[in-house]
Design a protein around this ligand. Structure first.
Ligand code: HEC
Ligand code: HEC
Length: 216
């Protein structure tokens, strides 16, 4: 057992000590392959990852590669996007299957991370930013006070995607349509957090506050 861990640790040291040019070459090759694979995604997520409300597809441009990878793996394994009440998720779930293996997932995620931050237009009305700010006090612990996300706790950025997507996503966390699969550990964590928002108005308020955090 300890041997394995020493091996893992050594591997990590070797990886991090690769000359930076070699690392950059690997990364650049991934991004290029990812650009080609991303042709499969444009129809719904847009050329620049800006999203497409008609396809119910959120903006994904500029999301951390780690988050994109994690979600693509969940869609592929059916941990996300298979609940019968999750119509949005079920549109994406089969699409994840065009990615044939882990290398494909890594490559397309690396490419998505190079796209500009999406910042799609604000569409929801009736949210109270001040009330939302109070609700958001809990959220900042994992999504950062400025809503840009925190990889260390797997909390994605929230500010640069669509307000309607945040809204319907919170509703789905609450109902269990997202994050309800017993294997979805991070989804379950987020589900428990979604219960701090008691109704649709509270969700609207917090989403309005998140949108107010955007920097021009
Ligand atoms: C047929 C339309 C369609 C295609 C094609 C498609 N997607 Fe999606 N995608 C969606 C929808 C709809 C959602 C929203 C799912 C949800 O609400 O849970 C989504 C969600 C996602 C998410 C999760 C975003 C988040 O904030 O959690 C990622 C990542 C993603 N797609 C990546 C991709 C990639 C990469 C491709 C190409 C290989 C792709 N999608 C192709 C429709 C599509
Ligand atoms: C304890 C940490 C934690 C707290 C606190 C937390 N979240 Fe999350 N949140 C997460 C994690 C982890 C995920 C990723 C879930 C996944 O992998 O599906 C997530 C995902 C999300 C998503 C989905 C984003 C996307 O692109 O699909 C939204 C929306 C969200 N959180 C909103 C909130 C709001 C609003 C609050 C406060 C009421 C909150 N979160 C509090 C950990 C947290």
């Amino acid at each position: 057992m300890t041997r394995v861990w020493i091996g893992v640790a050594l591997g990590a040291v070797l990886l991090t000590s690769l000359p930076s040019t070699a690392q950059d070459d690997v990364a650049a090759a991934d991004v290029e392959r990812g650009r080609v694979l991303y042709h499969n995604c444009v129809q719904c997520h847009g050329e620049q990852g800006e999203g497409n409300p008609l396809a119910l597809a959120p903006g994904i441009g500029g999301f951390g590669a780690w988050y994109v990878e994690a979600q693509l793996r969940k869609f592929q394994s059916g941990i996300r996007g298979t609940h019968p009440d999750d119509l949005q998720g079920m549109r994406m779930q089969p699409m994840s299957r065009v990615l044939r293996n882990d290398d494909d997932i890594r490559a397309v995620a690396a490419f998505v991370a190079t796209l500009p931050r999406a910042n799609p237009p604000i569409t929801l009305e009736g949210g109270d930013v001040e009330r939302g700010k109070a609700f958001y006090a809990t959220c900042g612990a994992c999504h950062m006070a400025d809503g840009t996300g925190m990889q260390a706790v797997n909390g994605p950025g929230l500010v640069h995607t669509n307000d309607w997507y945040l809204f319907t996503t919170m509703q789905r966390f609450k109902s269990g349509a997202r994050g309800g699969n017993p294997q979805d550990v991070n989804g379950a964590l987020m589900r428990s957090m979604s219960n701090t928002l008691t109704d649709d108005q509270a969700i609207k308020d917090v989403v309005a506050y998140i949108m107010s955090l955007r920097k021009p």
